[in-house]
Design a protein around this ligand. Structure first.
Ligand SMILES: [Zn+2]
Length: 364
């Protein structure tokens, strides 16, 4: 499992099967890169390439399911959502003559029920529009991406991440992506990170959007950058879903226990230092006490999601200063904003201590 996590994967996904995807295909071929095209049978908003074009695309690249009609699934009654997912799969399989194992939620809209239907239909994984992520997810049906090739303002990036409960993404946006607005520099942050730490740099785009922005040269520069990086392993989305299934499916959620007595004081000091720094920025009435029982987040918590994201960045920095290791406080389920360990200073300290302990062990 660790071996896979340490490798530097790059994957590209292209949504909607618009005819301009063929131009993207030519560029991918020029640089020898793999990619996954997610294609619906029909799309009310835009043209979809012909079946002959799709069949020929499928001989060189992975094609993934994107439903029949490209409608947001979580708004549909269950039976209709099932038909969109399952019939979209059958349609592609009949057309291509091979199993279709990768899925992508139209317009990034899904909930737990739709994710379960996708799994039931026999897909191995499903890509979301959760941004600013560079690692294997805990749940392959909530697969995130690093960068959307379309420039979003920092405000939109953070708002989007928090609305979707993607706290890891919101924190990463500052921590790894340095609040980059331009998608090319945003994605190079991801490449840099993954080259150094391992993980997945995942670029996703719509070719029609690249066309509208006249970003083809920019896209080519990015492809050249990837193909020049010797460390990178270019994969389809489906290959990563398969890797996940082979290696991570049985990995159990780690049990966090407070067994790090020696580092505990250091962890508290680091968290208190982060609180002091945060208080300098918080309005007076929102300031928080550096005490174990201070409620940080959730019911009666003092911090909203945005301040929590800021606080996490500061706390990680202080832990790094104190222990010389990079502790990831958001590694657990990026989906749950109700994450127990951000509840109080004490629960956070317990989690951080276990992380520090773990990092120490790994480093030995
Ligand atoms: Zn789409």
């Amino acid at each position: 499992m660790l071996e896979i996590m340490n490798q530097s994967f790059v994957t590209i996904s292209i949504d909607d099967g618009h005819p301009t995807d063929l131009r993207a295909r030519d560029l991918l071929e020029k640089y020898g890169l793999k990619a996954t095209f997610y294609v619906p049978a029909r799309n009310q908003e835009r043209a979809v390439m012909s079946q002959a074009e799709l069949r020929s695309l499928g001989t060189r690249f992975e094609i993934g399911g994107h439903t029949l009609n490209h409608v947001p699934l979580k708004m549909l009654p269950k039976r209709q959502a099932w038909a969109e997912i399952n019939d979209g799969k059958k349609w592609l399989e009949d057309l291509l003559g091979i199993p279709v194992l990768s899925f992508c939620y139209p317009r990034g809209k899904f909930n737990a029920a739709t994710a379960a239907l996708v799994e039931e239909a026999g897909f191995l994984g499903a890509r979301t529009c959760l941004f600013n992520l560079n690692t294997f997810p805990r749940n392959p049906f909530l697969w995130g991406v690093s960068t959307h090739a379309s420039s979003h303002s920092p405000f939109i990036q953070v708002r989007h991440a928090l609305l979707e409960g993607n706290l890891t993404g919101a924190v990463n946006f500052f921590r790894i992506f340095k609040a980059s607005r331009d998608w090319e520099s945003h994605f190079s942050r991801s490449l840099e990170y993954v080259a150094r730490k391992g993980g997945i740099a995942h670029l996703y785009f719509h070719s029609w959007e690249i066309d509208n922005f006249r970003h083809w040269e920019k896209l080519e520069r990015v492809f050249r950058h990837i193909s020049a990086g010797r460390k990178f392993i270019s994969t389809t989305n489906g290959e990563l879903y398969r890797l996940w299934n082979l290696n991570l499916a049985t990995a159990r959620r780690r049990v966090m226990t407070l067994n790090c007595s020696s580092c505990r004081d250091g962890v508290y000091n680091a968290i208190y230092a982060a609180i002091t720094e945060l208080n300098l920025q918080l309005p007076k009435e929102k300031r928080i006490q550096p005490r174990p029982d201070t409620v940080l987040f959730g019911n009666e918590g003092k911090l909203d999601s945005l301040w929590l994201a800021n606080f996490i960045v500061m706390a990680e920095q202080k832990l790094d200063d104190a222990f010389g290791i990079q502790v990831d406080l958001t590694r657990d389920d990026p989906f749950s904003t109700e994450n127990g360990h951000f509840r109080t200073v004490e629960s956070l300290a317990r989690y951080a201590s276990a992380e520090v302990e773990n990092e120490n062990k790994n480093g030995e």
